[in-house]
Design a protein around this ligand. Structure first.
Ligand code: AMP
Length: 461
């Protein structure tokens, strides 16, 4: 299928074709025509499926076709995101896809100077991307008006609820005009999401292309049982052998910093991403990771949510999450859009309860790695504990072979990324058709993205 049959105008079709997209992804195929009719939608889609273009393209079209002029401080389309990183990414997409449209857009989030944001808003904008806190601050300061919003997008609504934004969302919603189009995106259709959708949307068209089916299916999972005080050594050894980029999840901000420090001392270039970092530090960490300058990013669940990183080969659960659903969110960061991926969990004996809860949710056991001893060559020689200021002396980390330099592979990785992006998305489309045939059981299948993805986790590739 081509983009032009979705009802998009020529300039937008040209833009996506220049971006290298040859065909719409499943969520784009389903969402774009519905959004163009002006209806509300409730869509199950997570980052990595092409959902951003799925709503940005029709919004650009709707706003550029209706010539309504926004007044000072007014906004025509409001996009709410849970994290600053996602807000910045969505804004980048608007700039990319909207190059040929004469629309004004901006992004606002906390952690950075508010004055430039006030100045941009003073003239009014067509599209505003915002995190809830900063939006409310600016509204309270009378720097913006929400009475002319025509389209309201709630991106990653499930995460918004997890992060406790429900009151902020309700407050923001109460400031919007009653007549507007609502587009709600969530990774899951939980009861709380449906309740929220009832108050925000008007007879929404439900879109569930089960994108996570194909994404998650390609992920191989392993559990490595490792004593708590040897986790960092295990990980550094694993990463040297793996020699590709990895996203490592830590349960706490402090733990993320501690681990990043240890890995850096072991000569593995690592950045940390969490809510205690300044916005500049967060942006730099993310840029370094996205541009392949850093091999590893250690992140907390909230900070990593929604970040679009192409073709991430490895996700590591350094700590298991307390909320079992977060496990599924975490491992969904690899094997994106049809690519294969590996997710490993380094599990210490005290995490038995969390592991049981995850396996209960997944309705099955995650394979235990049989080859730990090979992977962590020399682990038994190393007795280092993970303490805040303990450096790993380089000479004490033994390897069966000289570690390849991470930077050596950078050019190759970049080439592979560029050439395979489209293939992956397209193959996800095809893959999805196959998944529908192979992974759905007629009796047990419920049409929820989450349910189907959980079942498909056991199609270990
Ligand atoms: P998203 O899920 O919106 O974060 O998008 C994930 C990635 O897919 C982004 O890097 C987009 O540039 C890319 N993408 C979006 N739509 C397509 C498409 N139709 N074909 C190929 N790549 C796409």
């Amino acid at each position: 299928m081509n983009f032009d049959v979705l009802g998009l105008k020529q300039t937008l079709v040209e833009t996506v074709s220049k971006a290298g997209y040859t065909a719409p992804t499943p969520i784009q195929e389903s969402a774009i025509p519905v959004i163009l009719t002006g209806k509300d939608i409730l869509a199950a889609a997570q980052t990595g499926t092409g959902k951003t273009a799925g709503y940005i393209l029709p919004i650009l079209q709707a706003l550029s076709e209706q010539k309504t002029q926004q007044g000072p401080k007014q906004v025509r389309a409001l996009i709410l995101t849970p994290t600053r990183e996602l807000a910045a990414q969505v804004y980048e997409s608007i700039c990319r896809y909207g190059k040929q449209e004469k629309l004004k857009s901006t992004v606002i989030f906390g952690g950075v100077n508010i004055s430039p944001q006030r100045r941009v808003l003073a003239q009014g904008v067509d599209i505003l991307v915002a995190t809830p806190g900063r939006l409310l601050d600016l509204h309270q300061q009378k720097a913006l008006k929400l009475d002319a919003v025509e389209i309201f997008v709630l991106d990653e609504a499930d995460r918004m609820l997890d992060m406790g934004f429900i009151h902020a969302i309700r407050k923001i919603e109460s400031m919007l005009p009653k007549r507007r189009q609502n587009l709600m995106f969530s990774a899951t259709f939980s009861d709380s999401i449906r309740t929220l959708a009832k108050t925000i949307c008007h007879q929404p068209v439900e879109i569930d292309v089960s994108p996570r089916n194909s994404v998650v299916k390609a992920i191989s999972q392993q559990v490595h049982h490792v004593p708590k005080d040897q986790k960092a050594v295990f990980l550094s050894s694993y990463l040297r052998n793996f020699n590709e980029q990895a996203l490592v999840f830590s349960r706490t901000k402090h733990g993320a910093d501690k681990l990043a420090k240890l890995l850096n001392k072991a000569d593995i270039h690592t950045v940390a991403l969490h809510g205690n970092k300044s916005q500049n530090q967060r942006t730099k960490a993310l840029d370094d990771f996205k541009n392949n300058k850093a091999q590893v990013m250690v992140a907390t669940d909230i900070a990593a949510r929604g970040i679009d990183i192409q073709q991430l080969e490895l996700v590591v659960n350094f700590d298991l999450p307390h909320v079992p659903e977060d496990y599924v969110h975490r491992i969904g960061r690899t094997g994106r859009a049809g690519a294969s991926g590996l997710a490993i969990s380094i599990v210490s004996p005290d995490e038995k309860k969390q592991l049981n809860a995850i396996e209960k949710l997944l309705k099955g056991a995650i394979p235990r790695s049989a080859s730990q001893a090979e992977i962590v060559d020399g682990l038994s020689d190393i007795r280092l504990s993970v303490q805040a200021d303990t450096a790993i002396p380089k000479e004490r980390i033994k390897h069966s072979h000289k570690p390849k330099k991470f930077a050596k592979n950078r050019n190759r990785r970049n080439r592979v990324r560029q050439s395979s992006e489209m293939d992956r998305i397209q193959s996800s489309d095809k893959q999805q058709q196959t998944d529908k045939v192979h992974t759905l059981h007629p009796k047990t299948e419920k049409r929820t993205a989450f349910g189907s993805s959980v079942r498909s986790l056991f199609q270990f590739s």
